[in-house]
Design a protein around this ligand. Structure first.
Ligand code: GTP
Ligand code: MG
Length: 253
């Protein structure tokens, strides 16, 4: 739009992840800077404008920086509904996001020990990572449009609960499940007798991570310049522990 020349869209960080993970609670906490609000199941995407600063002095404060120093960066934090039936809302918002700088994939670390929670969370993460991988390997206009590959933070939430898995376990469980999903979705591709070198780029395009590898690891996303970090925290605990996530976002917007 020619008339929008003077209007600059702020960079975007997106909150994705399964329902009940704590996305909306996190958004309200960051917006208020004090305590999270009571939440209800989200049915639509919702964006708020926040200001982040990478001043080391503010490193340990998630408060929305309303500073006068001019060193802050305004960005949009976009919350999305996690319910599987609303997946098109979240994925659509992701696909449309202009100036996407970061994806925060929130999971309930206390639920991931259960297969019933792990399988759908990993399936969702698989779709998100494959989308970002395709963006990063896209050609032509799309490639030119992306400034750089979009990094992913897996925010392992609800660490205040005693059943919560530590971040390293969350990472291991997700990688194992992603390996399983990749194998089933790519069934036939590798045991077709075609060597890795003979496989067309079309097939490689649909394979998450290092082509032909047996086990999926988040490290493999580095090949596409996509960093994936898994960091624990909690939104609703007596003392919220989200500074590491806030700092991660602040450095990327
Ligand atoms: P959808 O909107 O359905 O996608 O879920 P959501 O990811 O937005 O989850 P929401 O923020 O609504 O939080 C779900 C529930 O988890 C709420 O009851 C929160 O109070 C609770 N919750 C969020 N973060 C934490 C946390 O760190 N610890 C604990 N114990 N509970 C949390
Ligand atoms: Mg929500």
């Amino acid at each position: 739009l020619a008339s929008s020349a003077t209007y600059t869209t702020p960079p975007v960080a997106m909150l994705l992840g399964p329902d009940n993970a704590g996305k909306t609670a996190l958004l309200t906490l960051l917006e208020r800077g004090t305590a999270p609000a009571q939440t209800h199941t989200s049915q639509a995407a919702h964006a708020v404008e926040l200001s982040a600063s990478t001043d080391s002095a503010s490193r340990t404060s998630f408060r929305n920086h309303d500073d006068a120093s001019g060193t802050h960066t305004k960005f949009l934090l976009v919350d999305t509904p996690g319910h599987a039936k609303l997946r098109t809302v979240a994925m659509g918002r992701l696909a449309r996001a202009d100036k996407l700088r970061a994806v925060v994939f929130v999971v309930d670390a206390a639920a991931l020990g259960e297969r019933d929670a792990l399988a759908p969370a990993a399936a969702y993460l698989y779709d998100v990572l494959l989308h970002l991988q395709k963006l990063a390997t896209g050609s032509g206009e799309r490639k030119a449009a992306r400034a750089k590959a979009v990094p992913v933070l897996v925010a392992a939430n609800k660490m205040d609960l005693f059943t919560a898995l530590p971040a390293a376990m969350v990472r291991a469980h997700l990688e194992t499940e992603l390996t399983r999903i990749r194998a089933s979705r790519s069934k036939g591709l590798l045991d077709s007798g075609v060597g890795v070198d003979d496989v067309g780029s079309e097939e490689q395009h649909g394979w998450l991570g290092e082509y032909g590898s047996e086990k999926f690891t988040f490290e493999q996303m580095r090949e596409f310049d996509i960093d994936v970090d898994v960091v624990g925290g909690s939104v609703m605990a007596e003392h919220a522990d989200v500074d590491k996530w806030w700092w991660w976002i602040a450095q990327r917007v």
